[in-house]
Design a protein around this ligand. Sequence first.
Ligand SMILES: Cc1cc2nc3c(=O)[nH]c(=O)nc-3n(C[C@H](O)[C@H](O)[C@H](O)COP(=O)(O)OP(=O)(O)OC[C@H]3O[C@@H](n4cnc5c(N)ncnc54)[C@H](O)[C@@H]3O)c2cc1C
Length: 380
Amino acid sequence: MMTSDELDGLRSTIRDFADREIRPTAQQRDRDEAYPDELLPGLVEIGVIGAVIPEEFGGAGLDDAGYRVVMEELGASDSSLRSLVSVNLGLVAKSILRWGTDEQKQQWLPKLARGELGAFGLTEPGAGSNPSQMTAKAVKEPGGWRLDGSKIFITNGTRGAVTKIFARAIVDGEDRGITCFLTPQDAEGYTGTQIHGKLGLRSGDTAEIALDGVHVADDAVLGEVGGGMKVALSALDDGRFSLAAGAAGIAREALEVSVQYATEREQFGTPIAAKQLVQELLAAMHVDVQACKGLLDTVVEKKLAGERCTLEVSTAKLFCTEASVRCADRAVQVHGGYGYIDEYPVQRMLRDARVTTLYEGTSQVQHLIIGRLLTGQNAF
Ligand SMILES: Cc1cc2nc3c(=O)[nH]c(=O)nc-3n(C[C@H](O)[C@H](O)[C@H](O)COP(=O)(O)OP(=O)(O)OC[C@H]3O[C@@H](n4cnc5c(N)ncnc54)[C@H](O)[C@@H]3O)c2cc1C
């Protein structure tokens, strides 16, 4: 378990890197929809890209307390980057560690740690909140499987090395259930196309994927044939923790820059920080930030103890993501008209925060998961 000194050291290393390399260029990347190629080597070097990958596979071997720090600091500085790392680690690397064979770990984890990223291909045009409606197929053929279908909104879907493709396994014409396939992005028949014009995460890689007769070998199956939903749901538990921590980072940053702005900006002869209604906005943000912190503390405690914590993770995901939108929105309010232009980061924070209540299970889906775990009744 990482000590508090180690966690503080990690936080200041990432903050220093973010202040030097990420924050000064984030606005321009956002404007240009420019992928952060130039930042990846530095993030690999300080151990962020492979944060939770064990050292034997070239990663930094951080525990979940350290992982939370990484996600918070990236979320605070640039959510497009946070999303890229969060999918690489939360949805892919951790999943390969949990479900992969020794060969799969050897094949993919060193690449993921080096910044040859992983992607998670669950969502389809007709199957979002309900992935069991998916139609992508993997038909058994000699020596492997033939994948056909399409996926949408896949983070790291064109810039990565591997995508976890979820598809229905068909053996001798019989549907054996949703299965996860570790699919190289350079496989013949795999085409990733960037989706442009997003509200936020504009410098991230979000792709539509066409699978047209992609052949993968038998050893590409992650977990068991028919066990794909187990793989997906356990990965989403990890991914939602990453996302909750990243969103908490947005909320915290929104508050910090708002306090600073309110202290400097003067109207009616005093800093606006002295106005009661501005303080109300700041106080509301502070309450959200503290509540996020408490929820994440609970998740980390359970994870470090090796306990299952789907309820706590969904609770944190729901609250922290909604809080990030509220805090970023209030930050725009505190900044007045200046909050609406990209001279200040708060408009980007609001646009970036907005997707967090949508992906990895919408807020409605989190309410339904929490309700089901509390009552045993399925209301989907
Ligand atoms: C930028 C971005 C990146 C993404 N990255 C990935 C990725 O890497 N991998 C991946 O697989 N997917 C990814 N996604 C997809 C994302 O997870 C889905 O968009 C999300 O799960 C919602 O699915 P949908 O868009 O089809 O919406 P729908 O499922 O059609 O939902 C539309 C609305 O209906 C509501 N709704 C649906 N069912 C219910 C219900 N039973 N009760 C109440 N309300 C309901 C939803 O809450 C929502 O408000 C990404 C999306 C975006 C925008």
